[in-house]
Every structure is written in C-alpha cells, then in structure tokens.
Design a protein around this ligand. Structure first.
Ligand SMILES: *Cc1c(COP(=O)(O)O)cnc(C)c1O
Length: 478
C-alpha cells in the first residue's frame, strides 16, 4: 500500500471551515518558516480511506485469535473504554485544585484498594507507565530499603533463567549485579541452585509465578523463605496476573513487592506501544520508599513519572474490576487456565508441549524435534499461522526452550475458536511433513512477509523522506 505522502495530489484539500471573518494577525518574521512544510495534500475521503486501509493491515484482538503468550491479548470490554472517555476524566488537569479532583482521587484510591486486595499488598502507586518501569520502581524500593538500613553490601539480585528479559535489565539498571540461576528440568526454580546463589550479598530475588513457561512453582513458599532467611527481599513480576487474580495472592506467597501490568490483565488495549500502567504494590514496611503519588498515605516524596501516571488506564482497570466483581475476577482467571489447558491438550500429539503437565494461563510448545525432522522452524509455523488469520504466538521465548512457541489463549475465547486454532496447528504440523517449502515461504497473503527483524528493530525508518532525503538515508546504510 502507498504512504499517505505518495497519495498526495498538489492542490487537493478539504474545505470544512468557512472563510475566516476576522483580520489575520501577523506573526513576527522570525517565527515564520522559510519553506512551507511538506504535508500531503488530500481530501477528507482520501484520508479516511487511507486510515481504514491501514487498519485492515494490522491484526488486533478485534480481528481474530491472538494467542501471544505472556502478553494477555484478551478482549477488553467496551464499557471500560466508555468510562475512560467520560469528560470528567479526560478533561481534568493534573494541577486542578483538590476540590475539583475528588472523583479522580476516589478512582485511584478504590483501584489501589482492590489491587492491594488482589495482590496481597498494603500500598500501591500508579506512577509507572509500563511493566518494565514498574519493575524499575519496585527494585528501587528494595535498594532503598537495604540502603536505609546501612546494609549496602547487598549488591546482587537473583533472576532465574526463565525470567522475562526485563528482569535482569531492571536489576542492572538499578545498579545491581545480576545472578542468573538455571531452572530445574521441570521448568521451576532449582532449589539447590538458589541456595548456592544466596548469601550476605543478596539484595533480592525477582520471580514470576506462574513462570514464563506457564507453570506454577509449587515450592514458592520455600523459595521466598530461603531468600528472606538470607536477608534478601522478594520481587514478584506480576506483569501478567491472568492465571492467579482472585485465586492466590503474591503477598501470601511471601513476596514483598510487585508490579502488575494493568494493560495486560486489567483491560487496557495494548500491543501498539501504550499507554500502559505498571502499578507497583508493596508491603507496609516498604511503603515509605514508594513514589509520591502512592496512595494510602504515609508514602515518600519521590517520583518516577509526572503526576498520577497514566490515569485513564487506571479508570479502565477499576471499571473492569467493578464489572467483574469478586466472583468474576477468579472466574476469569480459572477460565484462562482452562482454555490454555484445553488448547494444549488439543494440539498435543502433533507439536508437543515443552513441559507435559497441567499449565496455568499459557503453555510452551517445543518444536526442536520437529525442526530436526522436517526443517520447519518455530518461525515458519508462526509465519504460516498469519495466512489463517491468526496472530502468531510468542516465539523463541522463554530462552530455555529452543524452537519455542508460547501460547496464551485467554479466557475471552470460545471453545469453537480454540477448536479451530487447534485444527490449524494440526494442519500445519501435517503440511510441514510433506511440503516444508510452502512453510519456509509463508506468509503468502500478508502485506509484509519476512522483514529483516534485526534491522527493523535497530534501524527503524519511522518517518517519510522525500526523494533527495531517501537517497541520503539509504546511502548512510540505514
Ligand atoms: C510483559 C511483561 C513484562 C514487561 O512489561 P511492559 O509493560 O512491556 O514493560 C515484564 N515481565 C513479564 C513476565 C511480562 O510478561
């Protein structure tokens, strides 16, 4: 499809407003452009069609199945958007006097109260704008806690090798040394490896449970106890709370602080890059170190972001929680787990699960044997799914499984959709055995098939260049 600049026709425009009937104010010369901006010239219908066409080239939850593991691409009820669009929420100024923002304060306080209840924490801040930002905030709490006690020799954060990449990155950004510990063959924390890593230099442990292979670590109480006995604190990466919300609480598992991605579990559409919210909760003793907007008084004065963070994401989360209620929240979690197990069982016998046991909200397929046999990789299968109108699962993550495909169907999909998805996987399994070439070349019906992903990530071209500029950009190796 053409860029909007390429669709431009000189002189074409759109007359919506009547002629201006007041005298034009002259701008001082120094504020005027020397040359007019290069804007596309189009009619309203051209613009409307352009964006509709763009819309048709992306895959969202509203287009079809989107089992992107770890990302919880579930359907977000419309009512959450409606609440977030209320003028009383959208038009409020962050510096408005307290008397004008009591409703907004009530939203923040109530959401904090519910999320503390769900996570088993005592205080909460909504300042962080995303999961990784929440981790950064949470690990800084751990750092300040040790520093305030003069316990400054604690320089190491333990991270299992199945962790999300943001965990070691966060620990390093907070100035800690990262100690990676291997997982046991069952995908859980290797207790011996943990014991060996613990010591007087341990600041804490960062853990996701259920972990990134979709398994609930049954030794969790033992794990958090061991860390506490060594003098460290336990950080729960609750980016995805979909399997446990309303069922089991990280606070009861022994964790001291947590972040929750409101944009994953609690109804803010995501995938396009934000805005999100990484709500950070902590136990009472860490409360003094929470950023300034922390609710439930007595919090410190620090800030990690302006004002109360992405407020409208909190409005959506609160609406979601209020509409589900204390019965709907655990029901959603249980259905997420049920759907993942159902799909895993329906696919099994073709592509095999990396860990053949009951999973939580997601599971990982291991295609390494299949690839040896057929030459068809996890990437080839992922690309082939696009031709069926299915978004590919998360690929090549977690790193401990080679040729991994990680599926998270979520609770908002019907049995029919899961059956259809399982059939697609089974068909592709058979196709790879007879016609691997077709799969190496997939997708066959997408706008963009196989971009150079490294180049797209490292040197993205995110703006339009005119002809002469394009030459300069291309020439520079971009
Ligand atoms: C998504 C995710 C993150 C990062 O969250 P962002 O909002 O993308 O920064 C961290 N940990 C886990 C386990 C996740 O699934």
């Amino acid at each position: 499809m053409k860029l909007i600049f390429e669709k431009s026709v000189p002189g074409r425009h759109c007359d919506l407003l009547g002629k201006c009937d007041v005298a034009a104010a002259e701008l001082p010369q120094k504020y005027l452009r020397a040359t007019p901006p290069e804007l596309p010239e189009l009619s309203e219908v051209d613009v409307s069609r352009h964006y509709t066409e763009l819309n048709q080239h992306v895959h969202g939850v509203n287009c079809g199945f989107y089992p992107l593991g770890s990302c919880t691409m579930k359907y977000n009820p419309r009512v959450d958007e409606e609440m977030a669009a209320l003028p009383g929420f959208t038009a409020v100024h962050p510096l408005a006097p307290e008397a004008h923002t009591r409703g907004c304060r009530a939203v923040l306080d109530t959401a904090a109260q519910y999320l503390c209840e769900i996570s088993g924490m005592d205080a909460m801040t909504f300042q962080p704008a995303a999961g990784a930002h929440g981790e950064f905030t949470g690990v800084l709490l751990i750092k300040q806690y040790h520093d305030a006690r003069g316990d400054t020799a604690r320089r190491k954060i333990i991270v299992p090798d199945s962790a999300h990449g943001t965990n070691p990155a966060t620990a390093a950004m907070c100035g800690f040394e990262v100690v990676n510990i291997p997982s046991a063959p069952d995908g859980c924390v290797d207790l011996d490896a943990l014991k060996a890593a613990l010591g007087e230099d341990t600041a804490g442990l960062m853990l996701t449970n259920p972990n990134t292979v979709g398994i609930f670590d049954e030794n969790i109480l033992e794990i958090t106890k061991l860390v506490h006995e060594a003098g460290g604190l336990c950080y729960y990466d609750g980016a995805n709370l979909n399997a446990v919300m309303g069922v089991v609480r990280p606070g009861d598992m022994g964790f001291d602080c947590i972040h929750m991605n409101l944009h994953k579990t609690f109804a803010t559409p995501h995938g396009g890059g934000g805005p999100g919210a990484g709500a950070v909760g902590c136990k009472e003793f860490l409360k003094p170190y929470l950023p300034a907007s922390a609710l439930m008084d007595g919090a410190g004065k620090k800030q990690v972001r302006a004002f109360a963070g992405n407020f409208l994401v909190v409005v959506r989360a609160l609406t979601y929680l209020m509409t589900l209620g204390c019965e709907g929240v655990p029901e959603a979690a249980k259905n997420a787990v049920l759907n993942a197990n159902y799909l895993m069982q329906r696919v099994k016998g073709t592509f095999e699960p990396a860990f053949d046991r009951i999973c939580m909200h997601e599971f990982v397929l291991d295609l390494s044997e299949y690839k040896k046999e057929t030459g068809v990789s996890a990437l080839d299968v992922a690309k082939s799914l696009i031709d069926y109108g299915m978004h590919p699962p998360t690929m090549y993550f977690p790193l401990i499984v080679h040729e991994a495909l990680m599926l998270e169907p979520t609770e908002t999909e019907s049995k029919q959709t899961l059956d259809w998805a399982a059939d697609v996987f089974r068909k592709l399994y058979a196709l790879g055995k007879t016609d691997s070439e077709t799969m190496h070349a997939a997708p066959h019906h997408a706008q963009i098939g196989r971009p150079d992903e490294v180049k797209a990530a490292r040197n993205p071209i995110v703006r339009w260049y005119n002809d002469s500029e394009t030459e300069t950009v291309r020439g520079a190796g971009n």
